[in-house]
Ligand binder design. Structure first.
Ligand code: P70
Length: 472
């Protein structure tokens, strides 16, 4: 039986498909980097689910109730109360977005250069903030995550045996903390089970290591637990959410995802008053006074409402159901995707889609460019292009080459996604003719946002800044 969305649409924003010739010109002008496109030249934007969702009428109304007092804002109190209720954590600090929370917290936990931050799979900005704070990110997701053809209900799980082996063989002061990302973005929006979080907590306690959650998509994770984890079908989403957070000492959150707002972030701690004071001391110079921390009062008000809507089961069923249908249409068209379909996006396996394009010619980027050319649809590469270089400047090879098609919340209809799926089906039929790319300009950190590329077949017009790109 069809389960319709639990909302109707009150406002629309026109979108427009420019001609194929224009698209060809625009993407070449953008240096084949989809981040450099003007958004108005994009028809359907699946670049990210971050800050791109539609707010509800209740959230728009909340904006008008925002208390813009510099200190002691009523909107902060409301946000604090909501976060306390959802997480069971005592200390709540608003930040301008997720990376703001990372920037405040990580340098306080990474106290010596080279300390490890162990996670399932860290996402790009998180990885960058660990490194900027002097730490070393370590990914210990279960091996099933790396095989897109294998079905596993919790592909975001951290490999607890390897975690224990690592902690056993490493001096305690060489490890800063554990950070579990729920859902696990880099693995394909894959959930982490409660059993896994519980096991991580037990091992962490044995070795005295703190545990944090990177909680950008905490509500989607909870929905998967309810659907898939034995014993949880009858439990409410808020009670699952609370149990998830009970296994950690604190969270960083980009509220632009499950928080259902266009900007915002959170740092919250269960009960460590000393760490809270030190976070507060960093929050003030970098983000803002503790009762706004980089957000307007209206933003906090909208976020408080968004967090309540995020844990509504009907919302989650519609949201995850839509992403699931999108994935199914792609699979039916023969497009190889990460299985099972994740919570916020479908991840096309570009290694299998373009097996003739080697990793260092960025097959997922080639596919992203081709999808824009074909249909004006914008996705994003999550592979070697995004991963970047190692400390010696060598191009690293990502374990997976994904074209991520992220679905903004409550924003596109099924027809928009069907159109994107049909475009990929057409590209599939002529995939042998699609070639790779190389980089002609790149900045040193988080290069994928601003790098320029050129098709490999077109030769290299400028002196190459990156001879190191060749694979051997
Ligand atoms: C995304 C965006 C952000 C993110 C995240 C997790 C698990 C922290 C953050 C940082 C980033 C992005 C990627 C490609 C295109 C556009 C944007 N993820 N933790 O889409 O949060 O952005 O608020 O500082 O996924 O996955 P913030």
């Amino acid at each position: 039986m069809v389960r319709p969305e639990p909302y109707r649409i009150k406002m629309v924003e026109p979108i427009r498909l420019i001609s194929r010739e224009e698209r060809e010109r625009r993407i070449a002008e953008a240096g084949y980097n989809l981040f450099a496109l003007r958004a108005e030249d994009v028809f359907i934007d699946l670049l990210t689910d971050s800050g791109t969702g539609a707010m509800s009428d209740a959230q728009w109304a909340a904006l008008l109730r925002g208390d813009e007092s510099y200190a002691g804002s009523r909107s902060f109190s409301r946000l604090q109360e909501t976060v306390r209720e959802l997480t069971g954590y005592r200390y709540v600090l608003p930040t301008h977005q997720g990376r703001g929370a990372e920037h405040v917290l990580f340098p306080l936990l990474i106290t010596r250069p080279g300390q490890l931050v162990i996670g399932n799979l860290h996402f790009d900005t998180t990885r960058a903030h660990i490194q900027l704070a002097g730490g070393r990110p370590v990914d210990l997701v279960i091996p099933e995550a790396y095989d897109t053809t294998v079905d596993h209900p919790f592909k975001g799980n951290l490999d607890v045996d390897r975690l224990e082996a690592l902690l056993k063989s490493t001096p305690r002061d060489a490890v800063a903390f554990i950070l579990v990302t729920v859902t696990c973005n880099s693995a394909g929006g894959q959930p982490v089970s409660l059993a896994n979080l519980r096991a991580v907590r037990a091992v962490a306690d044995k070795y005295g290591v703190p545990v944090f959650l990177d909680a950008a998509r905490f509500a989607e994770n909870a929905y998967f637990i309810k659907m898939r984890e034995p014993g949880y079908a009858g439990r409410s989403i808020p009670s699952i959410v609370k149990e998830m957070f009970s296994y950690a000492d604190g969270l960083t959150m980009s509220a632009k995802k499950d928080g259902l707002v266009n900007i915002g972030g959170l740092l919250a701690l269960r009960d460590d008053e000393d760490l809270f004071r030190r976070c507060q001391a960093r929050l003030v110079p970098f983000e803002g006074f503790p009762t706004y921390g980089g957000l307007a009062g209206r933003d906090m008000e909208a976020l408080a409402e968004g967090l309540r809507e995020a844990v509504d089961e009907d919302h989650l069923a519609a949201r995850i159901g839509q992403v699931e249908r999108f994935g199914r249409w792609l699979e039916e068209a023969g497009v190889p995707v990460q299985r099972p379909i994740g919570g916020h996006a479908v991840y096309v396996d570009a290694k299998r889609f373009l097996p003739h394009v080697p990793p260092h010619q960025f097959p997922a980027q080639a596919l992203a460019v081709e999808l824009y050319r074909e249909a004006g649809v914008r996705g994003v590469e999550v592979g070697s292009f995004l991963l970047g270089r190692d400390e010696e400047g060598r191009q690293q090879t990502a374990p997976m080459e994904f074209l991520r098609l992220a679905v903004p919340r409550r924003t596109y209809t099924d027809n928009h996604l069907r159109y994107a799926a049909e475009a990929l089906e057409r590209i599939m039929a002529r995939r042998d003719a699609i070639g790779g790319f190389r980089i002609v300009y790149e900045p040193p950190v988080l290069r994928h946002f601003t790098a320029h590329l050129a098709p490999v077949s077109a030769g290299c017009p400028q002196p190459f800044a990156n001879e190191l790109l060749t694979e051997d």
